[in-house]
Design a protein around this ligand. Structure first.
Ligand code: NAD
Length: 268
């Protein structure tokens, strides 16, 4: 009989808020040890620690590193691994800055690619050999519908998310034979959210609202109407629950996938 993820040690990047915090809470509810990370201030860090402790984490530690800088990603991984082996790695931190391709400054391209794609390469490189040696590991990369289909004005974001899915598939293949059914194996998957209620989509809602006379709800409805057939946003906890489920040994043979949570967006 396979064991639940209880007692596993999980790093979730960008977990002081939004989807990352919900993932951390879902893993805490499975009684994992949580390594939180983000760029927030002391108050946000404290609030995230409290939320994760309340959700059932066996322990919580916090790190703050800017993932746009590969040296800081390396420092994060050294710090995280110095506290114990990592069984679960969730690359969630991400940014986006919509603009037509011709107007995207080169430094914005570099920054989006660094945070949304290259940081995951560095964290996986550091964490995955240990997972293979122990026969259990889970990497869940938070991509996007924009890793599966494109939209205008999102060139760096779409390029990074398509890249993240490609990177995940290669890692899934390279580690597919590690471990056993009983141990849980080492899997690498992407989750591809559509519109999900967090801070990252607020500027887009407000931009659309401005075109419609300033009504925020009308702006949100218009974004959904355009792309997400369910006409419902997702909530971060729905993504968190999927990460928790993928972390169970029962999911040992689910690897190399890119799972949409998008109300039908990418079925069109
Ligand atoms: P969010 O803005 O609430 O969270 C983003 C997180 O990334 C924050 O914790 C932030 O501290 C962290 N971060 C940003 N820049 C960083 C940097 N330089 N170094 C370290 N950490 C950094 O947004 P969210 O919606 O929770 O986003 C989480 C992930 O979900 C992102 O990868 C995003 O692309 C993806 N996503 C979100 C949606 C959506 O509709 N909300 C849809 C598809 C994909």
């Amino acid at each position: 009989m396979t064991q639940p993820p209880k007692g596993r040690r999980a790093l979730v990047t960008g977990s002081f808020q939004g989807i990352g915090l919900a993932i951390a809470e879902a893993l805490a509810a499975e009684h994992c040890h949580l390594v939180l990370h983000g760029l927030g201030n002391a108050e946000q860090q404290e609030a995230a620690c409290q939320a994760v402790t309340k959700a059932g984490a066996m322990s919580v530690e916090c790190h703050s590193h800017d993932l746009s800088d590969p040296r800081q990603v390396e420092s994060l991984m050294k710090a995280a691994l110095s506290g114990g082996a990592l069984d679960i790695l969730v690359n969630n931190a991400g940014i986006q800055q919509p603009a037509p391709l011709a107007d995207v400054p080169a430094d914005v391209w570099d920054r989006i690619l660094a945070i949304n794609l290259s940081a995951a390469f560095h964290t996986m490189k550091a964490a995955m050999p240990g997972m293979a040696a122990r026969g259990y590991g889970r990497v869940v990369n938070i991509a996007s519908v924009h890793g599966l289909v494109a939209s205008v004005n999102k060139a760096p974001y779409v390029a990074a998310k398509f890249g993240l899915i490609g990177l995940s598939k290669v890692a899934a293949l390279e580690y597919a034979s590690a471990g056993s059914r009983e141990q849980g194996g080492v899997t690498v998957n992407c989750i591809c959210p559509g519109w999900t209620e967090t801070a990252i989509i607020e500027p887009q809602i407000m931009a659309r609202a401005a075109q419609l006379g300033g009504d925020r709800d009308a702006g949100a409805r218009e974004l959904l109407r355009e792309k997400q057939p369910s006409q419902r946003t997702s909530q971060p906890l729905e993504i968190g629950q999927l990460v928790a489920w993928l972390s169970h040994p029962i999911a040992h043979n689910i690897t190399g996938t890119a799972i949409p949570i998008d109300g039908g967006w990418t079925s069109q």
